[in-house]
Design a protein around this ligand. Structure first.
Ligand SMILES: Nc1nc2c(ncn2[C@@H]2O[C@H](COP(=O)(O)OP(=O)(O)OP(=O)(O)O)[C@@H](O)[C@H]2O)c(=O)[nH]1
Ligand SMILES: [Mg+2]
Length: 540
């Protein structure tokens, strides 16, 4: 059978015209006559007026006045143009710095892998929009993004996208709609006032605007006969140009934001974040769920034997909570609660020193992965760094496992302890560096401290490092700097915690939920069976 040609849009609309659209149609057919009734006398009067102004010798003044008014009117338009041109230029020149000028930004608790995915998806969506930016194609573009993120997280298998469950798909639709609605409310002027009926009416009557446009064009040609007409035309052109630009940019941003929302939610979906919390979220609740209360930050202290981990914990807690000794002393993992000036509560975890034992290393890595911030303690006068390096590399390797790719690494803060033991030994008169009264030995001491710190930073990619000394029976040196650093990294630590809480599988709860569902189903079946009114025999 030959496929029937599709009816033309206008044919289709003419078949389904309602009384309202028929009335509009009739009104529109009278419009050219009504417009000419008003336009012709005005045109005639303008000619007469202009002639008299010219005769009175005020022609030049009048033209100057019209020019001035046009310039005043153009000023806000020029401002709009420049305000609008800035983000556009950013978009062209920095296509991948999407986090700054865009309406949608990545989640703060994403891992490096998630962020790499986000940037790749953003490149894809820009390509899609460049190929075809029509509204109708957005659905297909969204599907491209979903497939790409599915492949990134679940391998190149061509059916990866179909592996999301029905509940996950509904969650995705729900979250994208909710986020996009918030975004429109924030950025689209009068978003609450735009109703579907008006949009439909504009769409249905888009062909009928043609007669009015034609009439308008005739009027534009006629008014070119006068100098004020030239100015009005120039002003009109300028106005059209600016507003077309604003409209195009707004539309581009709306489309881009929609696709970015799809990308963001698909990353969350495929990385398994919705498994726990969104299943429990109420669908009727149209507010964004409030985040759970954070737990106190967990800070793990790791390093070689005798590095000074327990001493550091005692100093931060301002009391002797853990044993300190020149011999290997900490043999098990212990947690201590302490508070800093700016941080209400912290949990400091004292770990046994790294000794090269594989089982102990494994346990240490488990603790590090369950922490929010890591203090890596290095003894300043310790030449061998192999144990630290081995542990550091093993810790990093854990995040490269496919099961941990979406985990956010806790920030690592380096602590160079026992700097008082650096050469020259007899020199110890903190604080360092002495800017005003620097003796040669003090200068030498400070140089050695800096050298030790630089050397460590070449071995370990640790951005932040604090040098300190906590000698027995002497005042502590530079402990405040470490406290400041901890409070600076507090929010990043909380993000790590949030990421971990989201990703920790609530396997027991899920099994319990499944059991509850099965129980409810069995219960209703049982009721149906025992209830005489519902029993199969009775119904027969
Ligand atoms: N001079 C000086 N001695 C320190 C400093 N920090 C720690 N010590 C001493 O170094 C020794 C080891 O300190 P600990 O805090 O027990 O070291 P640790 O890292 O906890 O050791 P393990 O628990 O065995 O892994 C103790 O005798 C401390 O008094 C420091 O800044 N300066
Ligand atoms: Mg210890």
């Amino acid at each position: 059978m030959k496929p029937q040609p599709k009816p033309h849009a206008s044919e289709h609309s003419s078949k389904t015209t309602t009384p309202t659209t028929r009335n509009i149609e009739r009104l529109l057919s009278y419009l050219p006559w009504l417009a000419s009734l008003f336009a012709l006398p005005i045109l005639g009067l303008s000619f007469v007026g202009l002639y008299h102004i010219w005769q009175a010798g005020w022609g030049l003044y009048f033209m100057g006045l019209v020019l001035l008014c046009s310039c005043l009117l153009a000023l806000p338009l020029v401002y709009l143009r420049f305000a609008n041109a800035r983000p556009k230029a950013q978009l062209e020149h920095e296509p991948h710095t999407l986090d700054s000028g865009h309406w949608v930004s990545p989640q703060q608790d994403w891992s490096e892998f998630d962020l790499a995915c986000w940037h790749a998806l953003n490149r894809t969506l820009e390509d899609c929009l460049q190929q075809d930016a029509s509204w109708g194609r957005l659905k297909e573009h969204a599907l491209v993004l979903l497939t790409e993120s599915a492949q990134a997280y679940r391998g190149q298998h061509h059916r990866s996208i179909t592996k999301i469950t029905l509940l996950e798909l509904l969650t995705l639709t729900e979250v994208v709609s909710r986020r996009y609605r918030h975004l429109l409310k924030e950025h689209l002027p009068y978003a609450e006032k735009i109703d579907i009926a008006s949009l439909q009416l504009i769409y249905e009557n888009r062909d009928r605007h043609q007669p009015i446009l034609k009439l308008w064009n005739v009027w534009r040609v006629v008014r070119l006969a006068t100098p004020s007409g030239w100015l009005a035309e120039a002003r009109g052109q300028l106005y059209d140009y600016f507003f077309q630009e604003v409209k195009a940019d707004l539309q581009h941003r709306l489309k881009q934001a929609f696709l970015q929302e799809v990308a963001r939610v698909s990353i969350d979906l495929y990385s398994g974040r919705y498994q726990n919390d969104l299943e429990e979220a109420s669908i009727a609740d149209d507010q964004i769920p409030s985040p759970p209360e954070p737990n106190p930050l967990k800070i793990a202290c790791v390093g070689q034997i005798n590095a000074g981990k327990s001493t550091l914990i005692n100093a931060l807690c301002r009391e002797l909570v853990t044993e300190v000794s020149p011999l290997p002393s900490t043999s098990s993992v212990n947690r201590y609660v302490c508070r800093l000036e700016t941080v209400e509560a912290l949990h400091l975890i004292d770990l046994p020193g790294l000794n090269g034992d594989a089982r102990q290393l494994n346990e240490t890595l488990d603790i590090l992965m369950a922490s929010d911030v890591i203090l890596w303690v290095f003894k300043a006068d310790q030449p061998a760094r192999a144990l630290d390096l081995q542990a550091y590399q093993a810790w990093q390797a854990r995040y490269e496992l496919s099961s941990n790719r979406t985990r956010k690494k806790p920030p690592v803060l380096g602590v160079l302890t026992q700097v008082d033991r650096l050469h020259p030994l007899q020199e110890w008169a903190p604080p360092y560096p002495h800017v005003t009264s620097a003796s040669p030995t003090a200068h030498e001491k400070w140089t050695h401290i800096l050298d030790a710190q630089t050397y460590l930073q070449t071995l370990f990619p640790i951005k932040e490092m604090v040098c300190l000394a906590l000698p027995e029976n002497k005042p502590a040196f530079n402990l405040e700097s470490l406290e400041v650093l901890i409070s600076e990294y507090y929010s990043e630590g909380l993000m790590t915690q949030l990421n971990r809480h989201r990703l920790t599988p609530l396997q027991t709860t899920r099994t319990k939920d499944e059991f509850k569902r099965a129980y409810r189903m069995g219960q209703s079946l049982f009721r149906q069976y025992v209830s005489p009114s519902n029993s199969p025999d009775k119904r027969k």
